[in-house]
Design a protein around this ligand. Structure first.
Ligand SMILES: *Cc1c(COP(=O)(O)O)cnc(C)c1O
Length: 368
């Protein structure tokens, strides 16, 4: 019998434990939580009603196939339900991709300011994370392709990306796919797809339908306002879906999530209202912050990345402390490679105005 102590798999101890956005304000100050890209408009009332109906039936296991939820997604998005899989948040789907496809030593490619989950998925499967430089805070297809080797099993691309809010047009995504070997899986993480209003953007459903090595992941946590329920979904070839089906837990999506998710998906008017709200305030915030002299990365999502001057008294860290005193909770993004920026979720008018006012005061206090 071995006398050595219990050890996790190689890679696991290299993972930095994920630190979520802050969620509290000082005592007596109104909280404006703008740190996790949650919608300020909340979920569809139909989703809340669906949960109320189920409150008396919590002893029952959910439908392990989440058929009702898949039916709603398939209908609204015009997709084949057999090409769908649902998960406990899209984070779980990213993990399932890792469990199903990654072996020790495989390489996993993603961009330098890419979503933190990609590194976690790679390391938890003893695979090697390979980070690729971005150009102007945007994924660079040539740089990604240059990093691909015959050991690359998975390429993760958040499109639009978090925390930058930048995106790749579908032509660029197709060019990326064309340059990958058929044995490499391209994961298009489209958590913010609903918010994007650009004619050259698509989340990649057609590519996923026609290619055998593309999967698009989506979420109910952002525009649908159901982050608390943990619901994600993905669309890919039958072969990929049937592979992921083998490694998921039998009841990975709970009954409340299935019912509320289906109701939220069908409430188009709530989604349209959310898009309209975001469009208006994203534009307003970008303009106001730029007129304060702050650089903002051009975003197509429901959040913006605000860059601070590299000067004592004006740093992101100091701005964060100043905003927090007023109950304005933004997201520090040092872990994403931006030590001097803060990410702000687009909020209600009152919150957006409060952030602009506070930053005006902050910069004035620091001496213009
Ligand atoms: C918020 C977000 C998700 C969604 O994760 P869930 O597990 O579905 O809540 C996925 N990818 C990115 C890039 C995100 O920012």
């Amino acid at each position: 019998m071995s006398s050595s102590r219990l050890q996790p798999k190689p890679g696991v101890m290299d993972i930095d434990i994920y630190v979520p956005g802050k969620s509290s304000a000082p005592a007596g100050v109104k909280l404006h939580k703008l740190s996790s890209n949650e919608t300020p408009l909340g979920p569809s009332p139909a989703a809340q009603d669906a949960i109320a109906v189920l409150a008396g039936k919590l002893e029952l296991y959910p439908d392990g196939s989440a058929a009702e939820l898949k039916r709603a997604i398939a209908e609204v998005h015009g997709l084949n339900a057999e090409n769908l899989i649902c998960g406990n948040g899209s984070d779980e789907l990213l993990s399932l991709i890792g469990s199903a496809y990654l072996q020790p030593g495989d390489e996993v490619v993603f961009t330098e300011h890419g979503f933190l989950m990609y590194r976690i998925v790679a390391l938890s499967n003893s695979a090697v994370p390979v980070t690729v430089p971005e150009t102007d805070e945007r994924a660079d297809v040539d740089a990604i392709l240059a990093a691909v080797t015959d050991r690359t099993r998975v390429v993760f691309l958040a499109n639009p990306n978090n925390p930058t809010g930048t995106y790749l047009p579908i032509d660029e995504v197709r060019r990326l796919h064309s340059g990958l070997p058929a044995s490499t899986l391209l994961v298009l993480d489209a958590a913010y797809a609903e918010y994007v209003r650009r004619n050259d953007y698509e989340s990649g459903m057609e590519l996923a339908a026609s290619a055998g090595n593309v999967i698009v992941t989506r979420t109910f946590s952002k525009i649908h306002g159901l982050a608390a329920l943990r619901i994600g979904w993905a669309y890919a070839s039958r072969e990929i879906i049937q592979t992921l089906e083998r490694v998921r837990g039998p009841f990975n999506v709970n009954a409340l999530a299935i019912a509320a998710g289906a109701a939220a998906m069908r409430d188009r008017s709530h989604i349209d209202r959310s898009i309209e709200h975001n469009d208006k305030w994203l534009t307003w915030l970008t303009g106001e912050l730029e007129s304060l002299g702050l650089r903002v990365t051009p975003s197509v999502g429901n959040f913006i990345l605000i860059h601070f001057p590299d000067e004592a008294g004006k740093s992101a860290k100091e701005a964060d402390a100043f905003l927090t005193q007023r109950g304005l909770i933004l997201r520090a993004v040092t872990g994403y490679g931006f030590p001097n920026a803060l990410r702000m979720t687009v909020g209600l008018e009152e919150s957006n105005q409060a952030v602009v006012d506070a930053l005006k005061d902050f910069l004035a206090k620091a001496g213009g």
